[in-house]
Design a protein around this ligand. Sequence first.
Ligand code: GDP
Length: 358
Amino acid sequence: GLQIGIVGLPNVGKSTLFNALTKNDVLAANYPFATIEPNVGVVGVPDPRLGKLAEIFHSERVLPATVDFLDIAGIVRGASEGQGLGNKFLANIREADAICQVIRVFTDPDVVFADDKGAPDPKSDIETINTELILADLQTIEKALPRLQKEARMAKDKQEKVAAIEQAQQLLEGGTTVFAAGLDLAPLRDLHLLTAKPFIYVFNLDADELSNDELRAELSALIAPAEAVFLDAKIESELIELAEDEALELLQSIGQPESGLTQLARVGFDTLGLQTYLTAGPKEARAWTIRKGATAPEAAGVIHTDFQRGFIKAEIVSYADLVACGSVAEARSRGKARIEGKEYVMADGDVVEFRFNV
Ligand code: GDP
């Protein structure tokens, strides 16, 4: 699946959050045959439609879509110049599809601050991390560019790519991330630039500040138009140890309707440009993850590559129509079940049954 890497300064709560992500047992509970990698945290994306489908189809269980979080890169000021663990650590998140930056807002005097500060300074922390990621990308470009420029002198088809990389270099030198600049990412893809990835921000707050709307607005303004998640990493690590009713009670006591991990999964899902289609039967009601714009055969391929290869057609009822009709049979008789072919572009919430050759 698509994966999100976590970055942040020391002592901001990355490990605490990541531990909560990896201990979260959505995989173990729902996907008994999945391999669980120790360095990947998997979080279910809550989807009330699944419960409704499970009612209609009398499904035994419900399987939500998931978002994967992988690995952490601790970054200190000067990391790109070899301070701390430096660029070696950044290598772990190069393959990630998005980057989640954790920012300390909690005040605990027992936990020392990075950069010798005495109080949280989210604005400066965000700038520090941004600068280090930008410098790391500039190094990547400086390493790759001379060879590419040489090749482009012989091969005209490479000139466009080189021009795109040079443009990215200029923007980075001016302090802009590649993603924020809105560049065409295709010619830059092989470089795995860190700032070309979409960003999500996690503000790690003291629990009693989680409902402070003024503070939330201030912090959101620092990173707009990117999306923010507000949580208390320490509480998250407690929540995953609790039974569902106890967890709800704890959330209520801090005025939160749902866990930070759940919010993070949803924001991650949106940021990665994903959507879900649904399948349902007596065994399970399940959400499957596809990119926006995926065709019906591509969607089938998420279930099994054979389904994509042998795709014939898909019978599709929209979630809203299915709920209105109450059953697939009724949807068929009211003309709400469509037969779609290879060219069909999936819509979020399509309830699907594929027909295929094996
Ligand atoms: P990392 O260096 O970013 O991975 O930070 P850690 O997750 O190791 O956290 C550093 C210290 O801060 C640990 O002692 C955590 O228990 C503590 N910590 C992490 N998150 C919170 C939080 O939300 N509130 C408080 N009070 N302490 C936290």
